[in-house]
Design a protein around this ligand. Structure first.
Ligand code: IMP
Length: 439
């Protein structure tokens, strides 16, 4: 067994700009880690996704689930940015702000939204509902938050942006044009209920009143903060395998969840990032349809779901569960250049006699040690496992790596060996304090 300490950065030398992203299919526990690292951050910026995300943070016995707003909002000293790469649902974000404010978290004056971020409007949600409902067994299993249709309008160059809210004539014209176009599709193609332009305009009026002072050039703001040597966290949503380019297409979300999404979604340079942190759950989950090579459909999967409370934070849907897949993390590390990994939910494995890790895949009798991006190959692979002994004791009160049971240490060491990514933090429970630093 190796003696070298895990981790890469001494505590007194926190990198100035850190980027946090999910390494699996989302729900790795990014919210807790952003909140934790937010202790030292002055700015936290979210770069892609929208209200499909559900970042859960627990402290002082309270639980917060954030959808658009960066988890940094729970640290009173941070400024929070929603970048141009995010899609914003006006009704939803107003509810989110109201809930935070009602619970004593100051939001206005600390939250800044990119003037170039696109809006999710009623017709996006109506279209997605119609597409997903009618798709038979081709369903993606989306969150039905209008994410895909909103990003389609962005790349189709007809989307409505935050800055349009400040330009009433242009806003009216754009919304009208889109409503006519989308209602034709909704009614004629999907035979569903059209959306009301008056409803959208009334909502946008209310939204503009509330949010106008928060709309700004966040790319400039963020670069200025970086120039002034402020500590910055860049926060991704979802995970590597849901990336529209590198994930298990078409069972993906509509944005770049991997490292590139941070640069296009915020307008910062790759040179400005000092450390890239991959969040890695100690086992694997996915919500929605599509490939999940290590999925456990029987009793073991059910146990993981129950112990790990694996139900979607946004939709409440049960998550599909499986053993840890090192191939997926190697793939995430390759694409996003992970400097370090944070392991979450290790405590969920406390009660298992045996724990399996997928080391690679077998395909047509040959071993593959990388994640196949060809859909035909992916459909034909069989995961190859190695089995480790469980530790059979609660680790939730453990606060130092040395105090973990040998079997738990061995499991973490093995994850590190198989993925090649140094581990810097292990989370053993949802609370801020339920964390083991290896740095
Ligand atoms: P969409 O992002 O709503 O379009 O959904 C596309 C796929 O991404 C579906 O499989 C969703 O379940 C999944 N997905 C979207 N957001 C999240 C998330 O925050 N965590 C986990 N899965 C997500």
């Amino acid at each position: 067994m190796r003696i070298r300490p895990l981790g890469v950065t001494p505590e007194n030398n926190i990198p100035q700009v850190q980027l946090i992203l999910g390494s699996q299919w989302g729900d790795e526990g990014k919210g807790k880690i952003v909140d934790l690292l937010g202790k030292d951050a002055e700015v936290v910026a979210r770069y892609q996704g929208g209200p499909n995300a559900g970042h859960t943070v627990e402290f002082d016995g309270e639980q917060f689930i954030l959808h658009h707003i960066p988890s940094g909002i729970l640290r009173p000293h941070t400024q929070c940015i929603i970048g141009n790469g995010v899609v914003v649902d006006p009704a939803y974000i107003m509810e989110e702000i109201d809930e935070l404010q009602a619970r004593g978290i100051e939001v206005m004056g600390r939250l800044f939204i990119s003037q170039n971020a696109h809006l999710i409007l009623d017709y996006h949600k109506a279209l997605e509902e119609a597409i997903e409902s009618g798709n038979g067994n081709q369903k993606i299993g989306t969150t039905r938050r209008g994410i895909g249709p909103a990003y389609s309008d962005k790349t189709g160059r007809i989307g409505v942006r935050m800055q349009d809210l400040l330009d009433p004539d242009r806003l009216r014209e754009k919304v009208h044009h889109n409503v006519v176009l989308k209602n034709a599709m909704i009614e004629k193609v999907f035979h569903a209920q059209p959306v009301k332009e008056s409803h959208i305009m009334a909502l946008l009026k209310q939204f503009t009143e509330r949010i106008k002072d928060s709309i700004t050039d966040t790319a400039w703001m963020l670069n200025d903060s970086i120039r002034k040597k402020k500590k910055v966290l860049l926060e991704g949503a979802q995970g590597t395998m849901l990336d529209v380019d590198f994930g298990t297409f078409p069972y993906v979300t509509s944005s770049n969840t991997t490292v590139g999404g941070a640069f296009t979604g915020l307008g910062v340079s790759p040179h400005s990032v000092d450390r890239i942190i991959g969040i890695v759950k100690a086992y694997t989950t996915r919500v929605g349809n599509g490939p999940l090579p290590t999925e456990l459909t029987g009793e073991t999967g059910e146990r993981l779901r129950k112990i790990g409370s694996e139900f979607g934070a946004t939709t409440g849907r049960p998550r599909r569960c499986g053993w840890f897949d090192a191939t997926v993390i190697r793939y995430a590390a390759q694409i996003s250049g992970l400097d370090t990994a944070v392991i979450t939910k290790l405590d969920v494995l406390d009660d298992f006699d045996e724990i399996k890790l997928c080391t690679g895949y077998r395909y047509q009798g040959k071993m593959l040690d990388f994640f196949p991006t060809n859909q035909v190959v992916l459909e034909g692979i069989e995961p190859v496992y190695e089995t480790m002994t469980g530790w059979k004791t609660s680790i939730r009160n453990t606060r130092s790596f040395g105090d973990l049971p040998e079997a738990a240490k061995n499991y973490v060491y093995r994850m590190e060996e198989l993925t090649g990514v140094p581990i810097s933090l292990v989370s053993v429970g949802p609370g801020r304090e339920e964390t083991i630093s290896l740095e």
